[in-house]
Design a protein around this ligand. Structure first.
Ligand SMILES: N[C@@H](CCC(=O)N[C@@H](CS)C(=O)NCC(=O)O)C(=O)O
Length: 218
């Protein structure tokens, strides 16, 4: 059986978990925090989560996990049919991760972990997030799903990553960039949150949050 390693507060872990649940693929969860220990690096060379143990070996990088899952378990497809439509879904995922999740992550030390980030970083992330959100507003459909009429992997990614943009920008800039620059996201995220599998992911995240905050206390 597939074994997904990570912890339920991780957005990348939750992206993969959400997809596995939506596809109805049996899997086990193995709780583990990121680490630079030698034993951990044997499975995940960057020391990151999630990683996935399969019958053939271990895979890292959440999007690689998603692509593997989709190919190995074609039931309940979470990509549309047609090469172009599939590529448009992947474009959304790539866009959200490269141009929103990663810049927002640079603010996490101050937003969540009691550290501080420089004004220079704040200025540069402000510009990147503004550009990333404006361009996402051109790519996203919200009809009602982010890639169009069907629920796809792009929704799994958007649902785990976009709320972090809100949380981080509220804490650092006292403004909700998501609300300002992509107002349609609010009702869209609510729609996705109503899915039973999303509720499982959310409940697990809430249950795991206190222990994670304790661990990351400065
Ligand atoms: N590109 C990676 C990013 C994964 C990632 O950043 N995971 C975080 C937890 S949400 C992590 O393991 N951080 C520890 C570290 O960066 O050392 C993926 O898609 O799997």
């Amino acid at each position: 059986m597939l074994k997904l390693y990570g912890f339920s507060v991780s957005n990348y872990y939750n992206k993969v978990k959400f997809a596995l649940l939506e596809k109805g693929i049996p899997f086990e969860e193995a709780f583990i925090y990121p680490s630079q220990d030698e034993a951990f690096l044997k499975d995940s060379p960057m020391g990151k989560v999630p990683f996935l143990r399969t019958a053939d070996g271990v895979l890292t990088e959440s999007q690689v996990l998603v692509e593997y899952i989709e190919e190995a378990y074609p039931q309940m497809p979470l990509y549309p049919t047609g090469a172009f439509a599939r590529a448009k879904c992947r474009e959304l995922i790539e866009h959200i991760e490269l141009h929103l999740e990663l810049p927002a992550r640079r603010l996490h030390p101050e937003a969540f972990f009691g550290g501080s980030v420089s004004d220079e970083t704040k200025k540069s992330v402000d510009k990147l997030l503004t550009k990333g959100l404006k361009s996402l507003s051109r790519l996203a459909h919200f009809e009602p799903y982010i890639a169009g009429k069907t629920f796809t992997h792009a929704d799994c990614a958007a649902w785990v990553h976009l709320p972090l943009v809100s949380q981080v920008t509220k804490r650092i800039y006292d403004r909700d960039f998501l609300d300002e620059l992509l107002p349609a996201a609010k009702s869209y995220l609510k729609l996705i949150s109503e899915r039973p599998q999303a509720q499982t992911v959310s409940a697990d995240r809430k249950a795991a949050s206190a222990a994670f905050m304790e661990k990351t206390k400065p």
